[in-house]
Design a protein around this ligand. Structure first.
Ligand code: KIV
Ligand code: ZN
Length: 504
């Protein structure tokens, strides 16, 4: 079996995509989950991009020890200095330098000749190597580059010390056959390539990112770059869970394996969706709500007789919990801890106290607490520790032909604030009251969504808001309650807390 290295770029290429930004606490939580998942490399960010990016790469570098931590850098000394400064405390640091090599990028974006690009690759890879042994070089837009020139670029990178050569299909233009042929060509024409890892990085503009990645593995790639849930620029990057499960399920064909603990796939996917507020489409392969559901009678009959008639993977292999044991108001901390462990969650004592308190609250309102309810409580636990504003109470008056009013009572630090507002609906009135009492009337509500975590009339509702501040930055807030107005107000307050935290 060939060992394929998983390079996860959820926190860099993924986070770069609209609506997927994360704050420092969330990035660290995600990085820890990626470590649990067993990825080989975490690309933690682009250190030069902003002081916040630098800080998050640096914090992640110190927080994880089993994975290599990489920072992206353009081929300039300033970028490489920032990248090294951010990853240098990692147990396994990597600098990832890139430069575009296609004619169109060199002429219109870089305004550099081929000779200048070749020279820049040699000098900047060597510069990065003076700090760090582990250097990855990416030829941006490799798949649309002249092949002979591309091979020369990689040859220069190897001569200057690159240990991984990454081949990006930056604009998602290639087909699986073309990508495989490109890898074969580079293996034959790049001097020294046999001593490096060959990596691929595919975007999904034509829906072929995973197929392209798998074709490259067949042709000899030893590292793949991907993101959880396939988030990323435009149509996204190749999805980690799809690549991993394709290799796992079709070992007979690919003869390759990864170091991923597949049972952590579901929790990783859920965590990312909870942090970003970007829902997982129901029919998304591997992690969508319908991925393991059999609706048609013929299929159900087949699965009951023999699961393999219609199932090529087991839902438990990707860590989807079996919702058999339900808890209720008489369940204690021990039962909750056991249930959490069976779902792959380990909480520290403070988190456990917090989740248990919310569990007891919920048990007062809801008879049977299912695995999905508990999962929602766990995913929302970080909200208890974020920010200075807390919702103390609300009263909403709503109806047809009467004004919708909302009274809100908030605690901000030591102060208690209250206000009443009229709005077009109960939520508009509540949000206006909050904005006014906090003096934040320029906030724009970009989007709002509400989902039931479980079925039934006592279902827990999860609200997600995206708020935009006056500078155009967006913040995701989430809230949970059996009362959908309360979950919406909680989501709004959570978004505001994140906005305030970013401003400090
Ligand atoms: O898509 C791309 O080319 C990239 C590189 C920086 C690796 O993200
Ligand atoms: Zn990319």
């Amino acid at each position: 079996m060939k060992r394929i290295r998983i390079f996860d770029t959820t926190l860099r290429d993924g986070e770069q995509s609209p609506g997927c930004s994360m704050n420092l606490t969330e990035k660290i939580e995600m990085a820890r989950q990626l470590e649990k998942l067993g990825v080989d490399v975490i690309e933690a960010g682009f250190a030069i991009a902003s002081p916040m990016d630098h800080k998050s790469v640096q914090t992640i570098a110190a927080a994880v020890s089993n994975c290599t931590v990489a920072s992206l850098a353009r081929c300039t000394k300033g970028d490489i200095d920032a990248a090294w400064d951010a990853v240098k405390e990692a147990k396994h640091p990597r600098i990832h330098v890139f430069l575009a090599t296609s004619d169109i990028h060199m002429e219109y974006k870089l305004k550099m000749t081929r000779e200048q690009v070749l020279e820049r690759i040699s000098s900047m890879v060597a510069y990065a190597k003076s700090f760090c042994d582990d250097i990855e070089f990416s030829a941006e837009d490799a798949s649309r580059s002249d092949r002979a020139f591309l091979a020369q670029c990689y040859t220069n990178a190897v001569a200057a010390g690159a240990t991984t050569l990454n081949v990006p299909d930056t604009v998602g233009y290639s087909t699986p056959q073309e990508m495989a042929e490109l890898i074969t060509y580079l293996k034959e024409h790049v001097e020294g390539i046999e001593n490096t890892d060959i990596s691929v990085h595919c975007h999904d503009d034509l829906g072929m990112a995973v197929a392209n990645t798998l074709a490259c593995i067949k042709a000899g790639a030893t590292q793949v770059e991907c993101t959880v849930n396939g988030i990323g620029e435009r149509a996204g990057n190749a999805s980690l869970e799809e690549i991993v499960m394709a290799l796992h399920t079709r070992r007979d064909f690919y003869e390759a394996e990864t170091g991923i603990n597949t049972r952590q796939i579901y929790n990783s996917s859920k965590l990312l969706s909870n942090i970003t507020g970007v829902p997982i489409p129901p029919s998304k392969a591997i992690v969508g709500a319908n991925a393991f559901a059999h609706e048609s009678g013929i299929h159900q009959h087949g699965v009951i007789s023999n699961a393999q008639t219609y199932e090529i993977m087991k839902s438990t292999d990707v860590g989807i919990p079996q919702n058999t044991m339900v808890l209720g108001k008489h369940s204690g901390k021990h039962a909750l801890r056991e249930k959490l462990a069976s779902m792959g969650y380990e909480l520290d004592d403070q988190e456990m106290e917090n989740v248990f308190a919310r569990f007891k609250d919920l048990a007062d309102k809801k008879k049977n607490i299912t695995g999905s309810d508990i999962e929602a409580l766990v995913l929302h636990r970080r909200n208890a520790f974020i920010g200075t504003c807390k919702l103390l109470g609300h009263v909403v008056n709503t109806g047809h032909g009467v004004p919708n009013t909302s009274y809100i009572k908030l605690q901000r630090g030591d102060e208690v604030l209250e206000d009443v507002a009229i709005g077009t609906g109960p939520l508009d009135a509540s949000f206006q009251a909050i904005n006014r009492m906090l003096g934040m009337e320029d906030i724009r509500l970009e989007s709002f969504s509400l989902n039931a975590v479980t079925d039934g009339e006592d279902a827990v509702g999860e609200a997600v808001v995206k708020l935009e501040d006056k500078n155009g930055a967006t913040y995701t807030g989430t809230g949970l309650s059996t009362d959908i107005i309360e979950s919406s107000i909680r989501a709004y307050v959570n978004g505001i807390n994140k906005m305030m935290e970013a401003a400090n």
